[in-house]
Design a protein around this ligand. Structure first.
Ligand SMILES: Nc1ncnc2c1ncn2[C@@H]1O[C@H](COP(=O)(O)OP(=O)(O)OP(=O)(O)O)[C@@H](O)[C@H]1O
Ligand SMILES: [Mg+2]
Length: 468
């Protein structure tokens, strides 16, 4: 059983630490905070069960604090500590939802009784409200991040969820497209209905049509029975068409029809089947480009692209990196029964500056492996898995200026290569190709772009130098 966690908010360190010691002796987990904004951040990102709040706090007053808390976690009890002079305010706050108040210095015995009562009340409220009303908030909580981008995305999710509009989610691999699709469904009036996911990129074209629309008995060899497709299975719910950029021209036509008329036919069938389905699509391709190249139907593109949610790559919202990293640390530390509490400053700096070509998924996998490797209470550079070392800790090197075009791919720490006089040009060429490949995670197109050569030239050179 996890222990309950108390968040102590007070700008005086002596009081924070004093209360922390007392509560810990009573068997609680204690998190502390010196101001309101930081406290709200912790409430958003950690599992907090109760807040002990000193009314006199920098950058936020008690009313604002309660208001924000009531939105993020309506059942989170707040107990107020107040100086004798502000009793009136404390009383008025208890009328607005604060659980209790104590005049400083509080009677510890009574404070502890009040805390345990508040925790019981919270538990029973949470128990009672395990109905739909709480699910939506949780769905958004699963999306971690404090960047403006993430805040705007959450806002947009909230607004589009209540509509039936088709949503296109774009972003590089691992940026959280599926997570966001899930949240939209969970927040929508269809949340009691099914959420059906189809990965259009991983199902062969010949099977995809039957997968989406179902088939009649005998429609093709192997169609022994009639089978419902995913659109029918998603009736009254949401269908998530992942990697929509991969579907063939023929299926694009069929899809257009479903989107326009909300009806289709099973493979080998003649009956028009009507469905009530909300469509969310995702792609890591630039669909506009695909339309220009003639690979994707323009009319379908406009049908899908009613509302677009674009998730920027992680390297463009660096402030989310430490937040996500700490989140995954907690998750995996618990999963693997480790007791790792923090990420060392040094490691945090390294991961914040890394370019994470695989975005959040890559960061998540990295933290998981590092947690497995870690034997201490602090996740440090010693825990970096071997295969990550060359990527995260760049070779000791001189400065290569980055140019506009390739800055996305270059580690912001500007990886540098030492060139000793005496080497042949061939040798240097081989080495720079090798290092750039490492940097891009062996992505040949990116490597060629950084080196300013064509992919074909790169392949020839790799062959010449035996680089594979
Ligand atoms: N903002 C976020 N907060 C918490 N977890 C996240 C966030 N973004 C992504 N993740 C996690 O990262 C992983 C990858 O996310 P997801 O599968 O949604 O990405 P994707 O964009 O669909 O990737 P792909 O294009 O490769 O399918 C998942 O485990 C997901 O939970
Ligand atoms: Mg995905």
């Amino acid at each position: 059983m996890a222990k309950e966690t108390i968040l102590v908010v007070d700008d005086e360190e002596k009081i924070r630490e004093g209360l922390k010691t007392i509560f810990e002796l009573e068997g609680y987990n204690v998190v502390t905070s010196s101001d309101g904004e930081d406290a709200i951040r912790k409430i958003n990102n950690e599992k907090i069960d109760i807040v002990i709040l000193d009314l006199k706090m920098p950058n936020m007053n008690g009313y604002e604090f309660l208001k924000i808390v009531s939105k993020t976690d309506p059942f989170l009890p707040v107990i107020i500590l107040t100086a004798y002079g502000s009793v009136e305010e404390a009383v008025s706050l208890t009328k607005q939802g604060a659980f209790d108040y104590f005049i400083k210095p509080p009677n510890i015995e009574k404070l502890l009784t009040s805390i345990s009562k508040a925790i019981d009340v919270r538990k029973s409220l949470l128990e009672k409200s395990k109905d739909k009303t709480l699910i939506p908030q949780n769905a958004l909580d699963a999306i971690i991040g404090e960047s403006e981008d993430i805040k705007q995305i959450k806002d947009l999710i909230r607004r589009v969820a209540i509509t039936d509009a088709t949503v296109l989610i774009t972003g590089e691999s691992g940026t959280g497209k599926e997570l966001i699709a899930n949240a939209i469904h969970a927040l929508s009036p269809r949340r009691e209905g099914p959420f059906v996911k189809v990965n259009c990129g991983s199902i062969p074209e010949t099977l995809l049509e039957a997968e989406l629309f179902g088939h009649e008995k005998g429609a093709f060899t192997g169609a022994i029975n009639r089978r419902k497709g995913r659109f029918e299975l998603a009736n009254d719910g949401t269908i998530f068409l992942d990697e929509i950029g991969e579907i063939s021209p023929k299926l694009q036509v069929a899809l257009l029809r479903v989107l326009q008329e909300k009806e289709f036919q099973r493979v080998g069938g003649e009956e028009d089947i009507k469905v009530n389905v909300r469509v969310i699509a995702a792609t890591n391709k630039n669909l506009e480009e695909e339309v220009k190249k003639g690979n994707f139907r323009e009319d379908l593109y406009y049908r899908i692209n009613i509302i677009t949610i674009h998730i920027p790559p992680l390297r463009q919202r660096k402030i989310d990196i430490p937040i996500l990293a700490s989140h995954f640390l907690r998750l995996y530390s618990e999963n693997y029964k480790k007791n790792i509490k923090i990420i060392s400053k040094e490691l945090m700096e390294i991961i914040t500056n890394y370019s994470w070509p695989g975005n959040v998924r890559e960061l998540q996998n990295f933290i998981e492996s590092a947690v497995i490797m870690c034997t201490k209470e602090e996740l440090s550079i010693e825990c970096i898995p071997q295969h990550y070392k060359p990527k995260l800790i760049p070779p000791k090197i001189l400065n290569i200026t980055k140019n506009q075009q390739n800055q996305n791919y270059i580690n912001p720490q500007k990886p540098i290569m030492v060139i000793e006089i005496g080497k042949t040009l061939d040798r240097i060429e081989k080495e720079i190709i090798e290092e750039t490949l490492k940097l891009t995670n062996h992505n040949k197109s990116k490597t060629a772009r950084i080196l300013g050569i064509t992919r074909k030239t790169l392949l020839l050179k790799m062959k010449k130098y035996n680089l594979n």
